[in-house]
Design a protein around this ligand. Sequence first.
Ligand SMILES: [Zn+2]
Length: 172
Amino acid sequence: MSPPWSQPLDVDRLSRGEAEIDFDVPLPELSRLRSRVPGIGGSVHGTARFGRQSRFVVAGLSFTGKASLQCQRCMQTMELAIDSTSHVALIALEADAAEVPEELEPVLARAGRISAGELLEEELLLALPIVPLHEQLRDCAVSPSAPLVPGEAPEHVSQRPFEGLGDLLKRK
Ligand SMILES: [Zn+2]
Protein backbone atom coordinates (compact mmCIF):
# COMPACT_ATOMS: atom_id res chain seq x y z
CA MET A 1 0.00 0.00 0.00
CA SER A 2 1.30 3.46 -0.83
CA PRO A 3 2.03 5.75 2.11
CA PRO A 4 -0.46 8.55 2.97
CA TRP A 5 1.86 11.33 1.79
CA SER A 6 1.82 9.92 -1.74
CA GLN A 7 -1.98 9.87 -2.06
CA PRO A 8 -3.35 12.55 -4.40
CA LEU A 9 -5.43 15.07 -2.47
CA ASP A 10 -8.48 16.88 -3.79
CA VAL A 11 -7.32 20.39 -2.96
CA ASP A 12 -10.67 22.05 -3.60
CA ARG A 13 -12.39 19.79 -1.12
CA LEU A 14 -9.64 20.31 1.45
CA SER A 15 -9.85 24.07 1.06
CA ARG A 16 -13.61 24.08 1.59
CA GLY A 17 -13.16 22.17 4.82
CA GLU A 18 -10.11 24.29 5.73
CA ALA A 19 -8.41 21.01 6.37
CA GLU A 20 -5.02 20.58 7.92
CA ILE A 21 -2.93 17.56 7.09
CA ASP A 22 0.25 16.23 8.64
CA PHE A 23 2.91 14.42 6.70
CA ASP A 24 6.11 12.51 7.33
CA VAL A 25 8.10 12.03 4.17
CA PRO A 26 11.35 10.10 3.72
CA LEU A 27 13.29 12.29 1.26
CA PRO A 28 14.83 9.45 -0.80
CA GLU A 29 11.31 8.44 -1.81
CA LEU A 30 10.64 11.68 -3.66
CA SER A 31 11.66 10.70 -7.17
CA ARG A 32 12.31 14.14 -8.69
CA LEU A 33 14.29 15.21 -5.67
CA ARG A 34 16.27 11.99 -5.74
CA SER A 35 17.20 12.44 -9.40
CA ARG A 36 18.29 16.05 -8.78
CA VAL A 37 20.16 15.27 -5.57
CA PRO A 38 21.57 11.74 -5.87
CA GLY A 39 22.16 10.02 -2.58
CA ILE A 40 19.85 12.31 -0.63
CA GLY A 41 18.79 11.04 2.78
CA GLY A 42 16.78 12.26 5.71
CA SER A 43 13.13 12.96 6.29
CA VAL A 44 10.77 15.84 6.82
CA HIS A 45 7.74 16.30 9.01
CA GLY A 46 5.25 19.02 8.28
CA THR A 47 1.73 20.31 8.01
CA ALA A 48 -0.27 21.83 5.20
CA ARG A 49 -3.23 24.07 6.03
CA PHE A 50 -5.68 24.56 3.20
CA GLY A 51 -7.91 27.53 2.57
CA ARG A 52 -8.92 30.03 -0.07
CA GLN A 53 -7.69 33.41 -1.13
CA SER A 54 -9.81 35.14 -3.77
CA ARG A 55 -10.39 32.44 -6.36
CA PHE A 56 -7.38 30.36 -5.48
CA VAL A 57 -6.95 27.33 -3.31
CA VAL A 58 -4.05 28.16 -1.04
CA ALA A 59 -1.96 26.15 1.37
CA GLY A 60 0.22 27.27 4.22
CA LEU A 61 3.04 24.82 4.43
CA SER A 62 5.45 24.41 7.29
CA PHE A 63 7.98 21.66 7.65
CA THR A 64 11.08 20.72 9.55
CA GLY A 65 13.55 17.90 9.30
CA LYS A 66 16.98 16.94 8.16
CA ALA A 67 18.39 16.24 4.75
CA SER A 68 21.64 14.41 4.33
CA LEU A 69 23.52 15.50 1.26
CA GLN A 70 26.95 14.95 -0.19
CA CYS A 71 29.28 17.89 0.24
CA GLN A 72 30.61 18.67 -3.24
CA ARG A 73 33.93 19.79 -1.85
CA CYS A 74 34.94 16.83 0.31
CA MET A 75 32.34 14.32 -0.97
CA GLN A 76 31.40 13.35 2.56
CA THR A 77 27.89 13.27 3.93
CA MET A 78 26.68 16.44 5.54
CA GLU A 79 23.42 17.14 7.33
CA LEU A 80 21.32 20.13 6.55
CA ALA A 81 18.61 21.27 8.94
CA ILE A 82 15.37 22.07 7.17
CA ASP A 83 12.93 24.51 8.73
CA SER A 84 10.69 26.24 6.29
CA THR A 85 7.31 27.85 5.84
CA SER A 86 5.68 28.94 2.63
CA HIS A 87 2.37 29.98 1.19
CA VAL A 88 1.40 28.46 -2.10
CA ALA A 89 -1.50 28.83 -4.50
CA LEU A 90 -2.53 25.51 -5.98
CA ILE A 91 -3.39 26.11 -9.59
CA ALA A 92 -4.99 23.60 -11.94
CA LEU A 93 -3.52 25.11 -15.11
CA GLU A 94 -0.11 26.58 -15.75
CA ALA A 95 -1.80 29.59 -17.39
CA ASP A 96 -3.26 30.55 -14.00
CA ALA A 97 0.22 31.23 -12.59
CA ALA A 98 0.19 34.76 -13.99
CA GLU A 99 -2.83 35.68 -11.88
CA VAL A 100 -1.56 34.34 -8.59
CA PRO A 101 -1.04 37.16 -6.05
CA GLU A 102 2.59 38.10 -5.61
CA GLU A 103 2.88 36.85 -2.03
CA LEU A 104 1.89 33.34 -3.07
CA GLU A 105 3.99 30.84 -4.89
CA PRO A 106 2.12 29.05 -7.68
CA VAL A 107 2.28 25.26 -7.57
CA LEU A 108 0.64 23.17 -10.23
CA ALA A 109 -1.99 20.72 -8.97
CA ARG A 110 -3.05 19.03 -12.17
CA ALA A 111 -6.81 18.46 -12.28
CA GLY A 112 -6.97 19.92 -8.78
CA ARG A 113 -4.98 17.10 -7.23
CA ILE A 114 -1.58 16.93 -5.63
CA SER A 115 -0.06 14.74 -2.92
CA ALA A 116 1.60 16.10 0.19
CA GLY A 117 4.83 14.54 -1.10
CA GLU A 118 4.64 16.40 -4.42
CA LEU A 119 3.86 19.66 -2.66
CA LEU A 120 6.82 19.21 -0.35
CA GLU A 121 9.04 18.21 -3.26
CA GLU A 122 8.28 21.48 -5.08
CA GLU A 123 9.39 23.42 -2.04
CA LEU A 124 12.51 21.36 -1.44
CA LEU A 125 13.61 21.64 -5.07
CA LEU A 126 13.65 25.40 -4.55
CA ALA A 127 15.07 25.38 -1.04
CA LEU A 128 17.93 22.90 -1.19
CA PRO A 129 21.31 24.13 -2.41
CA ILE A 130 22.20 23.05 -5.95
CA VAL A 131 25.81 22.56 -4.89
CA PRO A 132 25.77 21.51 -1.22
CA LEU A 133 28.93 22.43 0.67
CA HIS A 134 29.84 22.22 4.33
CA GLU A 135 29.15 25.69 5.65
CA GLN A 136 31.71 25.47 8.41
CA LEU A 137 35.22 24.96 7.16
CA ARG A 138 36.07 22.91 10.22
CA ASP A 139 33.41 20.37 9.21
CA CYS A 140 34.76 19.97 5.71
CA ALA A 141 37.52 17.49 4.98
CA VAL A 142 38.93 19.50 2.07
CA SER A 143 40.32 23.01 2.15
CA PRO A 144 38.34 25.56 0.13
CA SER A 145 41.30 26.16 -2.18
CA ALA A 146 41.03 22.60 -3.49
CA PRO A 147 39.40 22.42 -6.91
CA LEU A 148 35.81 21.27 -7.08
CA VAL A 149 35.87 17.92 -8.78
CA PRO A 150 32.46 16.33 -8.33
CA GLY A 151 32.63 12.56 -8.15
CA GLU A 152 36.25 12.46 -7.04
CA ALA A 153 36.61 11.60 -3.39
CA PRO A 154 39.72 12.66 -1.52
CA GLU A 155 42.27 9.89 -1.06
CA HIS A 156 42.20 10.15 2.68
CA VAL A 157 40.98 12.46 5.35
CA SER A 158 43.89 13.50 7.47
CA GLN A 159 43.98 15.15 10.85
CA ARG A 160 44.05 18.85 10.39
CA PRO A 161 45.99 20.44 13.24
CA PHE A 162 45.72 23.90 11.66
CA GLU A 163 42.08 23.83 10.79
CA GLY A 164 41.53 27.10 12.66
CA LEU A 165 44.10 28.67 10.37
CA GLY A 166 41.96 27.95 7.34
CA ASP A 167 39.13 29.91 8.93
CA LEU A 168 41.45 32.82 9.62
CA LEU A 169 42.82 32.88 6.11
CA LYS A 170 39.37 32.78 4.63
CA ARG A 171 38.36 35.82 6.66
CA LYS A 172 41.12 38.07 5.30
ZN1 LIG B 1 32.82 19.19 2.89
